[in-house]
Design a protein around this ligand. Structure first.
Ligand SMILES: Nc1ncnc2c1ncn2[C@@H]1O[C@H](COP(=O)(O)OP(=O)(O)OP(=O)(O)O)[C@@H](O)[C@H]1O
Ligand SMILES: [Mg+2]
Length: 461
């Protein structure tokens, strides 16, 4: 597998290298061309000035003067007559010069102005221009030659400069790209290690904050995931510890009373009492296990709420008939107020489960001779259930915790009443599954008010 940093380095470098080759090539060509142009222009204009002088003052002396002047420079002038026969030259006429002159003689047309004969510095040893002159006594041509040796030397020096610059910048580029891609991929590698750790069950990973770009966001998302998983892990451990504790207590009772009940010579009345306790404790265990199963289903999202349309007030009246005997048993009063009947769209079984749980709490955590009132007020979109009791109430420090699983305000008292602390957490999950809201207000010693809003429209999501 090729590392992503290596890949990035490679791609960057290849791209920039191609660009660099193009740029250097064009730069090189234009420098060389403008240099050649300069050289050609300079011999051409010198040839023209010789031409002017010769047309005005053609004489042997002038010719010699011109030859003398050019012999001091690195250019060579050759003056010929009409037949391309040299009259005078500033230097020895080398074979290649002769060749150039011969070539022009083949094309014997008259050159009115100066002309470039050769500017290909790569192929030829000379660049050359020609111009014709026409004085009273003589007509002919002035050839200017310049050796390309110095030009070539210059260009080869330029080439080596370009080569060094190219190679150096390539090395620098590879280095920079390598560093850059390392910087870019380092957080990725860290995240990879972190996710590997998470998948191995180690949730306390720490990723450095990596800015606010996509990488940074990914990094904080992974960080959040690991934090959440850690919280869940801790919660689960605590929950399991609590459950085993909750189960152990009734099971200890069952075990203890079974031993006592089996003793011989025990009064029948005693035995019945012990068996009754065993039965009650077993009921507690069954209820606890049922509730846990309910919660497990809620957690797994395997349960579905199946909504249907039904009438609100008859539903509440049926509920009233169901629970009122328990209230009467405890010498308590229960009022159900449903002034506005309406067809609502909800899951009747789940809604009943919610209200039964709340009514159960209101009854359990109240003294005799108190009143519990359940009011249902529908509006166009929601129904609001308000359940008011005159019971023990919940103190302000415990109030935020009552929806936690297995949480009970006063462990000893609620245990006597058979509570396991799961009712309200189930209620909350069910209300949320209906996309509803639940709020609890309570004053210690005065009573508790629980309010639930639930959407009742058919198309309400
Ligand atoms: N209406 C209320 N008045 C006073 N205290 C309440 C009331 N409702 C709930 N509580 C307190 O909140 C705790 C949590 O309630 P929850 O219904 O979740 O559990 P529970 O009633 O103890 O057990 P379960 O409902 O599972 O049988 C209760 O133990 C109780 O202390
Ligand atoms: Mg309860």
């Amino acid at each position: 597998m090729m590392k992503i940093s290596t890949k990035l380095t490679l791609y960057f470098t290849i791209t920039v290298f191609i660009l660099e080759v193009f740029i250097l090539f064009f730069l090189h060509e234009s420098i060389v061309n403008s240099r050649i142009r300069e050289e050609v222009n300079s011999i051409q204009s010198r040839g023209e000035s010789h031409h002017d002088v010769l047309e005005d003052h053609y004489s042997r002396q002038t010719l010699e003067h011109i030859a003398l002047m050019e012999s001091k420079t690195d250019t060579t002038v050759v003056v010929t007559d009409n037949q391309m026969e040299p009259i005078i030259a500033s230097d020895r006429i080398l074979p290649e010069m002769e060749q150039i002159i011969d070539k022009t003689s083949l094309n014997s047309s008259f050159y009115p102005n100066s002309r470039i004969l050769e500017d290909n510095y790569r192929k030829n040893d000379y660049i050359a221009t020609v111009s014709s002159f026409h004085s009273d006594s003589q007509a002919g041509y002035i050839y200017m030659f310049k050796n390309t040796g110095s030009l070539r030397a210059l260009i080869s020096e330029l080439n080596s400069h370009f080569l060094i610059a190219g190679v150096l910048s390539l090395i620098l580029m590879v280095f920079i790209h390598f560093i850059l891609s390392k910087l870019l991929t380092r957080p990725l590698v860290k995240m990879k290690t972190a996710t590997e750790k998470i998948s191995n069950g180690v949730f306390n990973v720490r990723l450095p904050r990596a800015g606010n770009d996509e990488l940074g966001q990914l990094s904080s998302a992974i960080q959040k995931l690991s934090d959440d998983l850690e919280t869940i892990k801790a919660e689960r451990a605590e929950f399991l510890a609590n459950i085993s504790h909750e189960l152990r207590t009734p099971l200890t009772y069952v075990q203890g009373y079974t031993t006592v009940a089996r003793r011989e010579g025990i009064a029948e009345q005693e035995r019945t009492k012990y068996l009754q306790i065993i039965e009650e404790e077993t009921e507690t265990i069954v209820k606890l296990v049922e509730n846990l199963f309910e919660l497990a289903k809620l957690d797994e999202n395997t349960f579905t709420i199946s909504k249907e349309s039904f009438e609100l007030c008859p539903f509440l009246n049926r509920l009233y008939s169901k629970v009122n005997p328990a209230f009467l048993n405890k010498k308590m009063r229960l009022h159900v107020k449903c002034d506005t009947n309406r067809i609502i769209h909800a899951d009747p079984i789940r809604l009943e489960q919610i209200l039964l749980n709340l009514l159960d709490n209101a009854r359990k955590y109240s003294l005799e001779e108190t009143t519990v009132t359940l009011t249902a007020i529908p509006d166009s979109k929601n129904v609001t259930f308000t359940l008011v009791d005159e019971g023990f109430g919940i103190d302000q420090t415990s109030l935020p915790n009552i929806f936690n699983r297995l949480y009970r305000v006063e462990k000893s008292r609620t245990r006597e009443l058979g509570g396991s602390g799961l009712g309200l957490s189930i209620v909350k999950e069910l209300v949320e599954a209906h996309k509803g809201e639940i709020t609890v207000r309570s004053t210690s010693g005065k009573g508790t008010t629980v309010q639930i809003h639930i959407p009742i429209k058919e198309n309400a999501t």
